[in-house]
Design a protein around this ligand. Sequence first.
Ligand SMILES: NC(=O)c1ccc[n+]([C@@H]2O[C@H](COP(=O)([O-])OP(=O)(O)OC[C@H]3O[C@@H](n4cnc5c(N)ncnc54)[C@H](OP(=O)(O)O)[C@@H]3O)[C@@H](O)[C@H]2O)c1
Length: 252
Amino acid sequence: MNNRTKFGLLGKDISYSFSRKYFSEKFEKLGLDNLKYLNFDIPEIEEFPFLLYHKEHEYKGINVTIPYKQSVMRYLDEIDEDAKEIGAVNTINITNENKLIGYNTDVYGFQNSIKPLLKEHHKKALILGTGGASKAIAFGLKKLGIEYKFVSRRLSDNVFLYSALNEQILEEYTVIINCSPVGTYPNIEDAPNIPFEFISDKHLLFDLIYNPSETKFLRLGKNNGATIKNGLEMLELQAEKSWEIWNANKKE
Ligand SMILES: NC(=O)c1ccc[n+]([C@@H]2O[C@H](COP(=O)([O-])OP(=O)(O)OC[C@H]3O[C@@H](n4cnc5c(N)ncnc54)[C@H](OP(=O)(O)O)[C@@H]3O)[C@@H](O)[C@H]2O)c1
């Protein structure tokens, strides 16, 4: 990584930041006392270029979170093919020539977190929500050979409305991934509006939320025998993949 010693998370209202805590602890564990991980909490994406304004800045890598995963793309010099197809960047590598290269490691985190739980009959998935994260999930499912359909509050192409979900659809779609924020702390008594009575031990319910560790969505699924998983491992795996990208490029 040469003499570059700084990393950061770009986002808005991110004082809680999983990434800062995760990387600060990682640097400490590895004895990398010279490395720092900061939060870039900015109100508008237009402020982003000013963070790297000084040529002598020491930034090597940046993670990107809500709401800038899409809007940051216009400031990058290169974007990895997968990230381009997904339409979102959550990791930026900065080369010695100050080139900014964008990647999406959410998809790596998701694929590797869900893969060990997939069974032969898990052929079709419902993706709840149509926001930024849902695009990386759809891309990951495609790579895993799983057909998918979005579930949304608004009708559009290739989408089910929540009110359309019935026994027949849930028998066919045995993987359900919550990509909406419904059920996140402190609103822990909320759950996506799906007919849980048709969930069985054939189902795999995956929630991108990790706080609380067991959302009402997962709890109701578990009560009916479904396999469940929250979003913590996905978050950790995407962070590790970012770290790998920053290190792989250290000779640049
Ligand atoms: N574990 C991880 O590594 C990881 C990574 C990325 C994101 N996440 C989490 O994933 C969730 C989604 O992130 P995102 O960036 O995609 O968020 P987002 O852009 O805000 O989109 C969430 C989508 O959820 C639906 N939605 C929003 N409010 C809703 C409500 N009150 N009721 C029902 N549906 C609602 C909307 O889809 P419709 O309008 O189509 O209904 C919306 O487009 C967040 O909780 C985020 O923290 C976790």
